[in-house]
Write a protein that binds this ligand. Structure first.
Ligand SMILES: Cc1cc2nc3c(=O)[nH]c(=O)nc-3n(C[C@H](O)[C@H](O)[C@H](O)COP(=O)(O)OP(=O)(O)OC[C@H]3O[C@@H](n4cnc5c(N)ncnc54)[C@H](O)[C@@H]3O)c2cc1C
Length: 319
């Protein structure tokens, strides 16, 4: 049976296809979108002629100062969708001028206010794979608009190919103005001989033996990539989030997520330093993967964090 159709209240005003399966969409509401906080998301919806309406969440990639003109979204066409009415398959057929639903309520807690807090002076290291970059462009574009610099932020963005690193030129321009690198792109399948940047999945650069180069390039000094100097925000799919967190446990970082706190038996009063937003639904760490959980607890304990494996029923339910 077809889903109830959604009611259109906005227009797709601009589409920039980066590749056939990766694009930036600008959407303008019939009435101006409300303002929002960088890191939040909107719900977009479209109608399939037979299958009816479908709605999905998308992080807002543009800065709040643009909200009266448009909201911008950085979206990947999903090749292997899990639903029978995938929104990205409709969206990638859309043309400029087409109508769309953009729900007026903007939502989400993946903001500085709701994570480390706006008064936190540590360097915010924003780790993204693919379209997980979106909340971070909103943060740095707003900061640049307000102050003329992006001080306090570093972005590390991973993609398969260099041409998949959306927003690369603009981020390189506004973020890499000093001696320390503050925008780093990394590609897992370098195709072009003239790619001289980082190679490998974004999370691999936090592994012991590789993080040393990263901290040097970021101007943090030897051993400086630690929670005294930095906080971490990660956005994307489960694999990136899991591997970034597990690698950074070596450096004493503590995840803020309550489920992981319980899984690793981290006392309530230990302050977190890693936050994330996940685009898929796979558990960040499989509660049945006891070996990985034990390794994570060991890494935390080595850094003086009194983590302790909870009783099996607590770990399994996350209760
Ligand atoms: C808070 C939030 C913000 C989001 N923001 C963005 C965003 O800014 N840009 C964006 O492209 N997606 C974003 N997503 C994912 C988006 O909501 C949809 O899940 C995605 O577009 C797939 O929808 P679909 O209907 O085409 O496919 P579905 O039939 O729903 O298929 C779901 C499948 O798509 C995979 N998937 C979901 N997102 C991605 C992705 N980005 N890249 C590759 N595979 C993916 C999932 O692993 C799952 O297997 C966000 C999700 C959440 C929860």
């Amino acid at each position: 049976m077809a889903n109830k159709p959604v009611e259109y209240n906005a227009t797709v005003t601009h589409i920039q296809k980066i590749t056939p399966t990766l694009a930036i969409f600008r959407v303008q509401g019939d009435t101006a979108a409300p303002t929002f906080i960088p890191g939040q998301y909107a719900i977009l919806g479209l109608n399939h002629p037979e299958r009816g309406g479908v709605m999905r969440a998308y992080s807002i990639a543009s800065a709040p100062y643009r909200h009266a003109e448009y909201l911008e979204f950085y979206i990947r066409y999903v090749q292997d969708p899990t639903s029978d009415n995938p929104l990205t398959h409709l969206l990638f057929e859309a043309k400029e001028g087409d109508r769309i639903l953009m729900r007026p309520k903007i939502q989400g807690h993946f903001t500085e206010e709701k994570t480390m807090g706006t008064a936190d002076k540590r360097l915010k290291i924003l780790v993204a794979s693919g379209t997980g970059l979106a909340p971070f462009t909103s943060m740095v574009f707003e900061k640049f608009h307000q102050t003329g610099n992006t001080d306090g932020y570093a972005i590390i963005h991973g993609a398969s190919y260099d041409y998949d690193l959306g927003y690369r030129e603009r981020l390189d321009d506004i973020m890499n103005r000093g001696t320390a690198k503050r925008y780093i792109g990394t590609v897992s399948r370098p195709k072009h001989l003239d790619w001289h940047g980082y190679v490998g999945r974004v999370e691999s650069h936090f592994e012991p033996g590789k993080i040393e180069k990263l901290e040097e390039d970021l101007g943090l000094g030897k051993g400086g990539f630690n929670p005294n100097n930095c906080t971490i925000m990660i956005c994307g799919l489960q694999g990136t989030i899991q591997n970034t967190i597990t690698n950074l446990l070596h450096r004493g970082f503590v995840p803020g997520d309550r489920k992981l706190h319980r899984m690793f038996g981290i006392p309530e009063d230990v302050k977190p330093s890693i936050y994330y937003e996940q685009y898929d639904t796979t558990p960040i760490i499989d509660p049945k993967n006891e070996q990985l959980i034990d390794e994570c607890i060991e890494r935390l304990r080595k850094n003086g964090i009194p983590a302790q494996k909870p009783a099996p029923e607590v770990a399994a339910t996350g209760a």
